[in-house]
Design a protein around this ligand. Structure first.
Ligand code: GLN
Ligand code: ZN
Length: 763
């Protein structure tokens, strides 16, 4: 029998049971014992589903109350001092929750730990806090308890733990300068012994294999880290369990030799993203070593071309026999749980898709295809037919889009005149004061507004009633902005459920699931749209709302669009063409929308690209190619407008240093960015670069309910004006206001306008 395993299974439950239980527990309506019961039920259910599908080694430790890295930090006792952890007591679940979110049903509130994106995914982990004197110990029993739980259910448990180097790389601390700071490695002296204790305890429990995740092996690693891998794994190899070293999200590249030299019994490779590494690995794998081939895509939702997977693995199968294991490329955490829950998708589309449960079936089928194809002839034929049908489907291929794409090279991306000339024309047309004020787009999404959408869906109000109610919201928003003296108004985005979903629903080539939730962080889940075919825009998407808003006022109202890269980044994207192509199709659709807005008399148009930076590939060598097409797509969507039309873009969640040149080449007339949380630190990239176009450094943090005061915002702007030309600066919040209430928004914006007035007198 081929060993089949998964690197992890989604923990949230097919109906987000974990989320509901967590939130009820935090709210005080669920007892701790009830919460623990939900956790046990979910684990048991997920193990059973995997075992039923023929998975032979079941992951344990992929379950987490909030995040798997946080679980591990707690197991190691790496609890920051502000949480008052007793150094001899176990770390309590409420301490874990306080680390994640600042408070819990018991224990003193304290500042939550930082959260950040997990590699290039949309999952967020809780950043370990490191300091040079940190001590480690086994401070939580939950992993061992879960192993016992799985065993009691009759399963072969394979604990999954973060490797020591990855855990350190992900950690931060005042004493350390960035992920790759080599002085972090000194902590290994105290860390490795605890790893050895953990492995010894697992061995005592009868565990044979432990999966140790070192995804940093797909990154550019400094020499010191590469070398340290050897030393650390020599120490771990003495443990009485077999180690399966797991790498994913890319190829090993220049870390390949390091990985192959490590004294581990098994190695997992992401052969979906990096199939090209297989021959080099096969040539060097040691005779006793297992290779776990991650061929089923753990990051996307398409059915696997099993013929292709089989062809890729034929040589490995011949060479390794039972030493070849099969797995998804990475943990299934990143895909929705079960396609069987989708009743709204048509059967054709559904036949193309594979969520976590379905991927288990694909894994089993692949193993049979490799070893006893005669037993699964008809199943393989059925899968082949689905793949062929998808390739040939007319729903995927739109000849009009193809014609546009064929002519893409001839489409001009550049604006008619350079910025210096455009901005003069725009000034003449718009007549804005110095330090113009604006907002990022959304105004509070009140309960009332969300209720309207729910009522429309249920049919308890008509489309006409809904539209009228949204128009009333827009009018109120415009009147309010006029009243407090904002210079460039927005319509407030009341009609949008979400900045990507709204556009996806109006574009061809998109599909939406009812239940396709994926964990983003803690109890928060997202339901990414699925881009399955050529993207086109059957009709204008925002023009009526924007034109209505503009009809209410003499001040300019910004048209508001989500950029092509951000739509791409926050969706499940078709895998039958390069992402670049899909992004270009999105850009063409947005280009038409931009021109329609211009024709409707909209003089200022913003195209948000908050996800541009997170799309950066994991390896630096791949950055230029990505940035080239990402910037090209932005320019494609904005380049056609007249000189007098002012384009804006907006970015948050970003460090701009590495990408400032690319940002400048986007050539938006105005960019608004997040800077206030870093006290304008993030602005330095723009200053050093002598960023030429207009810039709005966010002056207040919309993530916080605190009301910023006037003097503080003036000080922040003065900081900006010290290094950038004051006549290029705008005054605006950090991001959209949709998550805030009106009671916080009103005083904050009024103070912001006052700050701008004071600045106008000073400069
Ligand atoms: N225009 C969007 C809003 O204001 C931008 C949101 C974002 O950058 N994430 O809500
Ligand atoms: Zn933002």
């Amino acid at each position: 029998m081929t060993t089949l395993h998964t690197l992890g299974f989604p923990r949230i439950g097919a109906h987000r049971e974990l989320k509901l239980a967590q939130e009820a527990y935090w709210a005080g309506t669920l007892q701790r014992s009830e919460l623990e019961h939900v956790g046990r039920e979910l684990r048991a259910r997920h193990w059973a589903a995997q075992a039923d599908a023929g998975i032979t080694l079941l992951p344990v430790g992929d379950f987490a109350w909030y995040d798997q890295i946080l679980e591990w930090s707690c197991l190691l006792g790496a609890v920051p001092p502000r949480f008052d952890q007793d150094h001899t007591a176990p770390v309590d679940i409420d301490t874990l929750f306080r680390m994640a979110r600042g408070r819990a049903p018991s224990g003193k509130p304290a500042a939550a730990c930082e959260m950040t994106k997990w590699f290039d995914t949309n999952y967020h982990y809780i950043v370990p806090e490191l300091h040079p004197a940190q001590d480690y110990r086994i401070a939580s029993e939950s992993l061992f308890q879960q192993v016992a739980e799985a065993q009691a259910l009759g399963h072969a448990a394979k604990p999954v733990i973060p490797g020591p180097l990855t855990w350190l790389w992900l950690g931060k601390g005042d004493a350390y300068d960035g992920p790759g700071d080599a002085t972090k490695l000194a902590l290994l002296e105290r860390l490795v012994p605890v790893y050895r204790q953990v492995l010894a305890r697992l061995a005592e429990q009868g565990v044979q294999w432990v999966q140790i995740d070192e995804p940093i092996l797909v990154l550019d690693l400094p020499d010191a880290w590469q070398r340290t891998f050897l030393r650390v794994y020599d120490q771990l190899a003495a443990s009485p369990v077999k180690l399966l070293l797991a790498t994913y999200f890319g190829g090993l590249g220049d870390n390949l030799f390091t990985a192959l030299e490590l004294p581990v019994t098994g190695l997992h490779l992401d052969l979906h993203r990096a199939p090209e590494q297989l021959p080099a690995v096969l040539a060097r794998l040691k005779p006793e070593q297992v290779l776990s081939a991650g061929v089923i895509d753990g990051r996307n939702i398409w059915r696997t071309d099993l013929d292709q997977a089989e062809a890729l693995l034929a040589q490995a199968q011949a060479q390794l026999g039972t030493r070849l294991w099969l797995a998804p490329s990475c943990s299934l955490l990143h895909v929705p749980v079960d396609l069987a829950q989708e009743h709204g998708l048509d059967n054709e589309l559904k036949s193309w898709l594979s969520f976590a449960h379905q991927k288990l079936g694909e894994l089993r089928l692949l193993s049979q295809a490799l070893r006893e194809p005669e037993a699964v002839v008809s199943e393989l034929a059925a899968q082949r037919a689905v793949i062929a049908a998808r390739t040939a489907s007319t729903r995927i291929h739109n000849p009009a889009v193809q014609a546009q794409m064929a002519a893409l090279a001839a489409v001009s991306r550049a604006r008619q005149a350079p910025f210096a000339e455009r901005i003069r024309a725009q000034q003449a047309a718009l007549q804005l004061p110095a330090f113009p004020t604006t907002t990022i787009g959304s105004f509070p999404q009140t309960r009332g507004i969300r209720g309207l959408r729910r009522d429309l869906k249920r049919g308890s109000i008509t489309q006409a009633e809904y539209d009228a109610a949204i128009r009333a919201e827009i009018e109120q928003c415009i009147r309010y902005q006029e009243e407090i003296g904002i210079d460039v108004l927005v319509h407030g985005e009341a009609e949008r459920n979400d900045m990507v979903e709204y556009f996806g629903e109006l574009l061809e080539g998109f599909a939406f699931t009812a239940n396709g939730w994926v964990q983003s962080y803690g109890s928060r889940c997202v339901k990414p749209p699925i881009i399955f075919g050529d993207v086109s825009r059957p009709e204008p998407m925002t023009v009526a709302w924007s034109a209505y808003a503009q009809s209410l006022t003499d001040k300019p109202v910004k048209g508001m669009l989500t950029g092509p890269v951000t739509i791409l980044q926050w969706s499940f994207v078709r895998d039958d063409q390069p992402r670049q192509r899909t992004c270009e199709q999105l850009a063409l659709a947005l280009r038409q929308e931009v021109l329609d807005l211009e024709n409707a008399g909209i003089q200022v148009i913003q195209i948000d690209e908050p996800a541009l930076r997170e799309g950066l590939p994991l390896r630096r060598v791949d950055w230029p190619a990505y940035l080239d097409w990402a910037v090209d797509c932005f320019r494609l969507s904005t380049g056609a407008v007249k000189n007098t039309t002012q384009t804006h873009t907006h970015m948050c969640y970003a460090e701009f240093n590495d990408i400032i040149e690319a940002i400048a080449s986007m050539d938006a007339d105005v960019i608004t960015i997040e800077t206030s949380r870093s006290n304008m630190e993030l602005l330095r990239a723009f200053e050093d670069f002598h960023y030429p176009n207009d810039l709005g450094p966010g002056v207040y943090d919309i993530h916080s309910p605190n009301i910023p005061d006037v003097a503080w915002m003036v000080t922040l702007m003065e900081k900006a004006a010290a290094n950038l030309p004051p006549q290029r600066l705008w005054v605006n919040p950090d991001c959209g206001l949709k998550t805030r209430g009106w009671e916080e928004t009103r005083p904050a914006l009024e103070n912001m306008v006052q700050a701008a007035q004071q600045l106008r007198q000073r400069y």
